[in-house]
Design a protein around this ligand. Structure first.
Ligand code: ADP
Ligand code: GN1
Ligand code: MG
Length: 366
């Protein structure tokens, strides 16, 4: 193992001896590594270099994660049959008692227990998996409805604020500093023609028609781990847990849980909102949340399946035009490909909108 990683791991209260470290997962934001223990009786670990270009207040972010994981563990302790150590992330403290290690070269590191024997999917294969994802993200909101100690820190200001996202997009377009708009006319037109409609959830929130809740805000399907039987195990990637609307979590999940193709599928004929996957996800999510949600929240869930692919497509497109400064990319047009996929999903959700509304209504009346 490289001396650099040895030195970092040595800062944490780990058990056993790290034998191997490998890059891990397909996240777009942090640098993630699996740390294998030389002694199988001790845990493996998940080391992350937190992206401090994106997250400006790392102590505040880590304080959120500490509060949220502690609260989840306390709640799970009271649920018979739960395994709090596998069903909630657990941070390993540093030897000096902090939840992260600041390295002098402007790097912030954290360490979790690695949750063994999990499955993680970038594409959902069947409605039963979608159901489990929905159940897990729904339960996450339910369990976090009473986190003590006041509001969480806002780790990315205005994260899902559509007006701010549109403003940033138009400014980026205006400056066009990387001269990258040549191939994007259809996508720019798509933003222009859909932007106003997408303000609905934010307006409802600003007018006090829907409540703020603690939400996850990044409910991509690979941010929930399943077990070896495809049952929901643990919600991960807690960097964006903060105040939001339930629609952000429901819609962001649908864009991956009900998509028949990968988020960056180039062949748009494969990209579709699958109504059976939608139904599976909605059943799981609403099983855990429907008693707590208001009628207005429920009435707008189907709409969020259009909003979130739109917002995230808009962010991919903005990042493409801006020169790929935010999301990790594997090739030059990657963000543009992702944006096209998301906008295709918006269209597909639009085509099936009344069926989605019917499904939500039916589930809530059962
Ligand atoms: P990013 O913000 O870059 O998406 P994540 O926190 O989602 O980073 O982590 C990246 C990947 O690492 C996840 O998609 C998952 O596969 C894996 N992962 C994260 N935390 C754990 C954990 N505690 N145990 C096992 N795997 C994990
Ligand atoms: C990022 O961190 P990751 O890869 O799970 C992003 C989400 C996007 C997603 C698109 C903090 O999620 O908002 O929806 O990529 N996270 C952040 O795949 O911006
Ligand atoms: Mg992730």
């Amino acid at each position: 193992m490289k001396t650099k990683f040895k030195q970092i791991l040595d800062q944490f209260e780990i058990k056993g001896e790290p034998a191997k470290i490998e890059p891990y997962g397909t996240g777009h934001i942090n640098d993630t590594y699996q740390v294998i223990n030389s002694n199988t009786k001790y845990p493996d670990y998940l080391l992350q270099r937190i992206n401090n270009q994106i997250f400006k207040d790392i102590p505040g972010l880590m304080d959120n994660i500490k509060r949220v994981t502690e609260h989840l563990r306390n709640k799970l302790d009271d649920i018979p049959g739960s395994e709090p150590e596998r069903e909630a992330l657990s941070l390993i403290p540093t030897k000096s008692g902090s939840w992260f290690y600041y390295e002098t070269n402007n790097s912030y590191w954290r360490l979790y227990h690695f949750i063994k024997n999990h499955r993680s999917y970038d594409i959902v294969e069947n409605p039963a998996q979608a159901y489990e994802g929905g159940r897990m993200f729904g339960k996450f909101i339910a369990l976090l409805s009473d986190v003590p100690g006041g509001p969480l820190n806002e780790t990315i200001p205005a994260f899902h604020d559509i007006n701010k996202r549109l403003d940033t997009f138009y400014q980026t377009l205006e400056s066009n500093s990387k001269k990258r708009t040549g191939k994007t006319k259809p996508e720019i037109d798509f933003v222009r023609s859909h932007g106003t409609e997408m303000g609905r959830i934010l307006r409802l929130g600003q007018n006090g028609k829907i409540p703020e809740r603690i939400t996850h805000n990044d409910t991509k399907f690979n941010n929930v781990l399943l077990d070896q039987n495809d049952k929901g195990l643990c919600v991960i990637d807690l960097d964006t847990v903060m105040t939001g609307y339930v629609h952000y979590d429901f819609g962001d999940s649908i864009r991956t849980s009900a998509n028949t193709a990968a988020e960056d599928e180039k062949d748009l004929s494969k990209v579709k909102m699958d109504i059976n996957l939608f139904e599976g996800y909605a059943k799981g999510f609403l099983k855990e949340t429907k008693n707590a949600l208001t009628q207005t929240e429920i009435d707008n869930l189907a709409f969020s399946a259009k909003l979130m692919p739109f917002i995230i497509g808009l962010r991919f497109l903005t990042d493409y035009i801006d020169g790929d400064n935010y999301f990790k990319t594997a090739y030059p047009d990657h963000n543009l490909v992702r944006a096209r996929t998301q906008f295709r999903l918006v269209d597909s959700a639009e085509e099936q909108f009344s069926r989605m509304e019917d499904i939500v209504r039916r589930i809530c009346s059962e």
